[in-house]
Design a protein around this ligand. Structure first.
Ligand code: HPA
Length: 275
């Protein structure tokens, strides 16, 4: 193991618990299921289900819509390890809240990590129910999952963090299935309060196309561990101050459903092809 993260020992222990349950299955793709996407596990066959409670160092979750299970099974040509629920930095007050789960996916052999989230759109033409593929991110939260990590591996290059080849393939697949797929920059806000309209205006000036409360720390961890990354935002609302509606978590969950069905189709197509 890398001796990079302060939770390396827990990653090793949890990996051993998972391996003891897997038989011959070895995942090559990891998938983090954000708000409203938990149902995606129904796409797996021969699924092995491991509640986070049984896995050393895995988080205890507190947010509705996040079940807290690692589910591993076959999907198309791949074996996919799905993290059904994440711990957000606002629940843990730590940037490395997901270090153990992401580390376990890397340790199990996942060379690709696909991260999903619910997000607010800053683009008037990208509306609730649409899916935005993340091309880059902005992190001005002053949190980073590698704070406290040791060694030169912590100085992770974030150019092309969202893998250009994967992005090209997803764009092509979206065209194939006639699905509109927006692409843009995701800006991480620590939450849990939603942004103010003034913060959204500032985010717009800085170059953000969507805002949300997750994903960035997981992507930094995955890049540190050498995984290729793709990420998708399910747009659940226009960002604060852009629409007439007030924001709430219940509304986020309700609005994620439409985008989730589209993203499921796209991911199933992706899994039909070799890496
Ligand atoms: N802001 C932050 N997180 C979100 C939003 C938003 O507008 N919508 C869904 N998750």
């Amino acid at each position: 193991m890398s001796l990079l993260l302060r939770v390396d020992a827990e990653i090793e222990q949890a990996t051993n618990v998972v391996l003891a349950r897997l038989g011959g299955l070895r995942p090559d793709v990891g998938l983090i299921l954000g708000s409203g996407l938990g149902e995606m596990v129904s796409a797996l066959t021969d699924a092995v289900v491991l509640p986070y409670d049984n896995l050393p160092g895995f988080p205890k979750l507190s947010v509705a819509g996040h079940a807290g299970r690692l589910v591993i099974g076959r999907m198309g040509c791949h074996v996919v390890a799905m993290l059904q629920g994440r711990l957000h930095a606002y629940e843990a007050d730590r940037g490395d809240a997901m270090a153990v789960p992401v580390g376990v996916l890397a340790r199990l052999g996942c060379s690709i990590l696909i991260v999903t989230n619910a997000a607010g759109s800053l683009l008037p033409e990208v509306k609730p129910g649409d899916v935005m593929m993340v091309s880059d991110h902005i992190n001005l939260t002053a949190r980073n999952p590698l704070i406290g990590a040791v060694g030169d591996g912590r100085f992770v290059d974030m150019v092309d963090a969202y893998d250009p080849d994967l992005r090209r393939r997803f764009c092509d697949l979206a065209v194939t299935c006639g699905m509109p797929l927006a692409e843009g920059v995701y800006m991480w806000f620590a939450g849990p309060s939603f942004e103010t309209p003034a913060e959204i205006r500032a985010a717009k000036v800085l170059g953000a196309d969507a805002v949300g409360m997750s994903t960035v720390p997981e992507v930094v961890l995955a890049r540190a561990l050498g995984m290729k990354v793709a990420a998708f935002s399910l747009i659940t609302n226009q960002a604060a101050g852009m629409g007439s509606a007030h924001l709430s978590h219940a509304r986020t969950l309700a609005r994620a459903v439409g985008g989730a069905a589209k993203l499921k189709t796209l991911l199933m197509l992706f899994m039909e092809n070799e890496a």
